[in-house]
Design a protein around this ligand. Structure first.
Ligand SMILES: [Zn+2]
Length: 232
């Protein structure tokens, strides 16, 4: 007699797993006595299988559109959207900069994108720290003071001696003169990061018909990319 050990899908243990009848699609069910949850090894629908939800997000972070993802992973269009809806990316880095001792020099820039149609603009505002070579905070909204204030609120946890920005008027109106350096030459690294985003996220690629249909999805997908690349 051959015995196959089954790992619990949730806690990865083998000893507490018992058979638990068959599901409606005819697959064997299992139950874990430890975490009291039941699961199957095989499912009728692709999206239920282990790891598929992670792949949906991975594909979005590698320039696949929602329909591309659906076709490759053999899941529905709505499954892809539902997976994005459940994302809740942070807007600020988790790296514990010692706020009292480390002074961060910040490059701040904003990137144009749109939701639904080109008139409905949605800007990504973010701050880049050149020494640590990473994005440290981001915010979405209009290209106005309100969104910049949200970014500043996030940045208020850091000690920032200098802000380097382009010469957009919102910066000069809201930043103290002695801390503000203006010029394209000081924002080269953040401009390069703009290109990374445009290459890796289909909804930011120019001249495609891939774009966001809702602000929520837009912010969540782009936010997740930034979180995965820079905040962890
Ligand atoms: Zn378990």
């Amino acid at each position: 007699m051959a015995t196959i050990k089954v790992n619990c899908r949730f806690c990865n243990q083998t000893t507490p797993v018992r058979k638990h009848g068959t599901g409606t699609a005819g697959f064997q069910r299992f139950r874990c006595l430890d975490c009291k949850r039941s699961f199957q090894l095989d499912y009728a629908y692709e999206a239920w299988k282990v790891g598929v939800k992670e792949k949906i997000v991975d594909m979005a972070m590698n320039s696949s559109g929602v329909r591309d993802t659906g076709r490759v992973l053999k899941v529905g269009y709505n499954t892809v959207l539902r997976t994005f809806k459940k994302l809740s990316p942070r807007q600020i880095t988790t790296i514990p900069f010692d706020v009292a001792n480390i002074k961060l020099i910040c490059e701040v820039d904003e990137q144009w994108s749109f939701v639904r149609n080109k008139k409905n603009q949605r800007w990504l505002w973010y701050a880049w720290e050149p020494r640590y070579k990473r994005v440290i905070a981001h915010a979405f909204g209009k290209r106005d003071t309100e969104t910049f204030n949200e970014l500043q609120r996030l940045l208020s946890t850091f000690t920032i001696p200098f802000y380097c920005t382009d010469n957009y008027s919102v910066y000069s109106a809201n930043l103290p003169k002695e801390k503000h350096i203006i010029g394209k030459i000081y924002t080269q690294r953040i401009e390069r990061t703009n290109l990374t985003l445009r290459t890796r996220l289909k909804r930011l690629v120019r001249k495609t018909i891939g774009f966001s249909k809702s602000e929520e999805m837009h912010d969540k997908v782009i936010g997740t990319f930034i979180e995965r690349e820079y905040y962890l």
